[in-house]
Design a protein around this ligand. Structure first.
Ligand SMILES: [Zn+2]
Ligand SMILES: [Zn+2]
Length: 556
């Protein structure tokens, strides 16, 4: 370590800056190039449909993997997938202790059991509002409100100043589950002096307040009261407060609650383990739900975004194992439409309407509030904390830019808009971007992680657009073809007797026999000559450039 260099405090997002999803934030402290690092959150994002064969995507953590002996710990702010979902996939590359509050730790533990990592990962459970120290960093958690139990802001105190990393939050005076936001702790922190805030930008374009979870009971009860048949309410499984409110609204209408979906079961278990849902009767198993009269049942289900494997999509398609929906039944969407999901949600709505199901959405009734701060809440946060520097995160570039403008209006000296990979020096001196490090995305494909945009994905896309053709040519010792070339294709022909396919075999034969004798002696050169000819043949025939592979086999 070179101690002659002055210490710096830097912030470096490798995920979540310039996008909503897969958060990975790094804070570094020490002489430049020899920092000690801590990570805040390690989440996933989902394929937006642009890459075939990809489901789950994580940040590319290569930068910190190379420095993992200087990575002192991972603090998880809350249990949403975009904040902890990548731990099972990337932890083995990082191997650092993890810090989380009890509910978040329960969710993480369940994931690590599934990934067979539970015996390896050190999970340190921190109480709500707890303080702890890792190396040169002192931490304090501040309880906020969001759409899941135990959302924590992380106060990071260092010799060079204090940072407030907000995580996802809102100011909800009546969050139904858990305490309301600890406004006093934020004000005290502001009085103490805050160098920088790294803050949620999701709803920066929404005016006013996000609204309170407790206010939804009335709208949900009224929506359910209008129903005569079965009622299904779709929401995010992790929104434990919403589960409680829906359950209250159901009971007010004389309905018993059935839960449908594996993730709901997991969340219910973690919530009850940690003392949440105390006044909510246990949900009835979905397999027993079919025995209740239609007007006495309410089904809580996942799949509000049209996810094809989720319970609601299966009910809409009529292939749910135990619950059917039809004429006279109602589906209430207690969730927002996440941008990018419009097509799949549209398909889900159409499938339900086709079965005669009535739909109620947040456009019809007050049945959903967001878990992220609207503009007035952001302003209040700035008034309480009074940071010198603002680094907006958890937003696309347009959100970050708007958030920076709002921060400047709130008397913040320096608001810095950055995307993944930009390293910001917070102290000493003026805050600014001092470096750009490699960042990217990995797709989870079974046990391996594949860099997005790699040759694997490029060739997969080429094969999808153009099809594939694989040919085997057997060449004798004299350089002549000794057996008819064999060809296999995907995405090109209905059957093996297509004339263009048969012509391709002739094209290959001509190309091989017409090649110079030096080429015919060299397998690679001969393969290439044939490949070019066969590919040109397909291109001329139907304007496709299939991924073409030629195997040349020597027969002695
Ligand atoms: Zn988030
Ligand atoms: Zn969240």
């Amino acid at each position: 370590m070179n101690n002659s260099k002055p210490d710096e405090l830097v912030f470096l997002p490798l995920g979540g800056a310039g996008e909503i999803g897969m958060n990975l934030n790094l804070y570094g402290l020490g002489p430049k190039g020899a920092e000690q690092w801590i990570m805040v959150d390690l989440g996933v994002t989902f394929n937006d449909g642009s890459m075939p064969g990809v489901d789950l995507i994580t940040p590319d953590s290569a930068f910190i993997e190379e420095r993992r002996e200087n990575l002192l710990g991972l603090i998880v702010t809350h249990a949403h997938e975009d904040h902890l979902g990548a731990v099972p996939y990337l932890w083995s590359r990082l191997r650092c202790p993890v810090y989380a509050t009890p509910f978040t730790a329960s969710i993480l533990r369940a994931k690590l059991i599934e990934a067979d990592l539970i015996d390896q990962v050190e999970i340190n459970i921190i109480a709500l509002s707890g303080s702890f120290t890792i190396g040169p960093f002192d931490f304090e958690l501040i309880t906020l409100t969001h759409s899941i139990p135990e959302p924590n802001a992380v106060v990071i105190r260092t010799d060079l100043g204090t940072v407030l990393h907000t995580g996802d939050w809102k100011f909800d005076p009546a969050p139904v589950t858990g305490p309301s936001s600890d406004i006093d702790a934020l004000r005290k922190l502001g009085d103490e002096g805050v160098l920088a805030i790294v803050c949620d930008s999701t709803n920066v374009f929404d005016p006013g307040q996000s609204g309170s979870e407790a206010d939804l009971l009335e709208g949900l009860s009224a929506a359910i009261a209008e129903c005569t048949g079965k009622v299904a309410v779709a929401c995010f499984a992790s929104n434990v407060a919403r589960l409680e409110t829906i359950s209250m609204a159901a009971r007010a209408n004389g309905r018993d609650v059935v839960s449908a979906g594996r993730s709901l079961k997991r969340i219910e278990r973690a919530a009850r383990e940690n003392g949440y849902l105390k006044d909510t009767p246990a949900f009835i198993e979905q397999k027993d739900g079919g025995y209740l009269p239609d007007d006495r049942v309410l089904i809580i289900c996942t799949g509000s975004q049209g996810e094809p494997r989720a319970a609601l999509s299966r009910m809409a398609a009529g292939d749910h194992p135990s619950i059917t929906l039809g004429e006279g039944d109602t589906v209430i969407f207690s969730s927002r439409m996440i941008p990018g999901n419009e097509v799949s949600i549209g398909r889900l709505h159409n499938n339900l309407v086709r079965r005669g199901v009535r739909l109620v959405t947040p456009k019809d009734r007050f049945i959903h509030v967001s878990g992220h701060p609207a503009r007035d809440e952001l302003t209040e946060m700035y008034q309480l904390v009074r940071p010198k520097i603002s680094v907006p995160v958890h937003g696309e570039l347009r959100h970050l830019n708007e958030h920076a403008k709002l921060a400047r209006k709130c008397q913040v000296d320096t608001a810095i808009v950055i995307e993944n990979g930009a390293m910001v020096r917070l102290a000493p001196g003026d805050a600014r971007v001092i470096d750009h490090v490699p960042s990217g995305r990995l797709s989870q494909e079974g046990k391996r992680m594949v860099p997005m945009g790699s040759e694997i994905h490029k060739s997969r896309i080429r094969a999808m657009w153009h099809g594939t053709a694989t040919m085997t040519i057997a060449i004798g010792a004299d350089g002549q073809i000794v057996a008819p070339p064999q060809i296999t294709t995907t995405g090109l022909f209905e059957n093996n007797s297509d004339p263009i396919l048969l012509e391709a075999i002739d094209v290959a034969r001509h190309a091989a026999t017409g090649a110079a004798s030096t080429v015919r002696r060299d397998n690679n050169a001969l393969g290439e000559v044939v490949r070019v000819a066969v590919r040109r043949h397909f291109r001329n025939a139907f304007d496709k450039k299939p991924v073409t592979t030629i195997h040349v086999v020597r027969v002695q």
